[in-house]
Design a protein around this ligand. Structure first.
Ligand SMILES: NC(=O)c1ccc[n+]([C@@H]2O[C@H](COP(=O)([O-])OP(=O)(O)OC[C@H]3O[C@@H](n4cnc5c(N)ncnc54)[C@H](O)[C@@H]3O)[C@@H](O)[C@H]2O)c1
Length: 323
């Protein structure tokens, strides 16, 4: 039978091995107390993204805005990138993109959380401008650790009914814009010996969808791009993951274009029809903050071992996918 003194010595040695430091004044300890001391406890106020710098595209509104705000709440300095232009010269119909006032309000909301905010009025389709935006972010905010590609547009026409401009605009923003964001971020993340890239796919990137033409096509492509980048960048300690949201309460989803593509007239009808596909009944559609919760997790150290993943945040809609 071990003596009290030898038990104490064993516990002390275990604590030293686990933490690499000597824990002072450990006796007398019962074993569960020793285990508690081995785990360095974070102060309750410690923020998940403290000291990190994030670049979020499509940040003037909707999901991008919610992510920028949640990152700031968790201690990150944030560059908010958007067009802040209701059409951006694109074939937008059935809704509008964000405007300058919404963009300024999003920047102010981030600033109000006590972190640094940088407003970048840039088109994600512009390869050179995106590189400059990443450079400016790194220079002004002190590096770049996290990039979120949330800027996206919807086209509510069938494949047969889409015109050439609509098709090309969707591809240009939703695929090329994501590529531009990822490529612009890479050198800055490599300089930090690691990083987090998060893309926005959709439940429309997991299945065929009627009436949205190029949109689901682009969201499937985002998954391919995400997985390939995850493999390519893994050795640089850069994780790349996608979020595939279900219906989210943003101006994109709550739009005349979306109603038209579904053959509906009101948002009440929309909730009824879409609700049939959502096993979780806690709300009729997701809120942008629900997507931000997952983005903050993926951006944090807690997700350091997750890459090449697509996380469905969809009130369970995804449970009916075949795989
Ligand atoms: N809302 C949904 O139901 C839903 C579901 C699944 C996936 N998504 C995806 O999530 C992302 C965000 O969607 P949202 O609902 O927040 O849309 P939103 O329209 O509310 O916001 C998109 C933002 O992107 C910006 N933007 C568009 N084109 C741009 C460009 N070329 N350059 C820079 N900024 C540009 C817009 O100005 C706008 O502020 C999109 O990629 C979308 O496809 C949305």
């Amino acid at each position: 039978m071990r003596t009290q003194a030898s038990r104490r010595a064993l516990i002390k040695n275990a604590a030293m091995t686990a933490t690499g430091v000597v824990i002072g004044a450990i006796s007398p300890l019962r074993s569960h107390e020793a285990v508690a001391q081995q785990t360095p406890l974070q102060p309750a106020t410690s923020k998940l993204l403290a000291g990190k710098v994030a670049l979020v595209t499509g940040a003037a509104r909707g999901i991008g805005r919610a992510i920028a705000i949640d990152f700031a709440r968790n201690g990150a300095n944030v560059a908010l990138l958007d067009l802040g232009d209701p059409t951006g010269g694109m074939a937008i119909s059935g809704y509008r993109l964000s405007n300058e006032r919404e963009f300024d309000e999003a920047v102010a909301a981030v600033q109000a959380l006590g972190v640094k905010a940088l407003k970048l009025k840039v088109d994600v389709r512009n390869y050179t401008a995106m590189k400059e935006a990443a450079e400016l972010t790194a220079r002004e905010l002190g590096g770049l650790d996290i990039a979120v590609a949330s800027a996206g547009i919807a086209i509510w026409t069938t494949i047969e009914g889409s015109n050439e401009q609509q098709w090309k605009d969707a591809i240009d923003v939703n695929i090329n814009g994501v590529f531009n964001t990822i490529q612009a971020a890479i050198p800055h993340m490599k300089a930090r010996q690691g990083g987090r890239i998060i893309t926005l796919s959709s439940i429309g990137g997991r299945q065929g969808v009627v009436g949205n033409g190029a949109y689901p096509t682009t969201k499937w492509a985002v998954i391919g791009l995400t997985k390939s980048a995850a493999i390519e960048l893994g050795s640089s300690n850069i994780t790349v993951n996608a979020i595939a949201p279900g219906p989210v309460n943003t101006p994109l989803y709550r739009s005349q274009g979306q109603l038209r593509s579904m053959g509906l007239k009101t948002f009440e009808e929309q909730d009824k029809v879409v609700g049939e596909f959502l096993p979780l009944k806690i709300k009729t559609a997701l809120d942008p903050e629900d997507i931000a919760d997952t983005a903050t997790f993926l951006a944090s150290d807690r997700a350091k071992t997750i890459s090449g993943e697509v996380i469905d945040v969809a009130l369970g809609y995804n449970a009916s996918y075949t795989a």
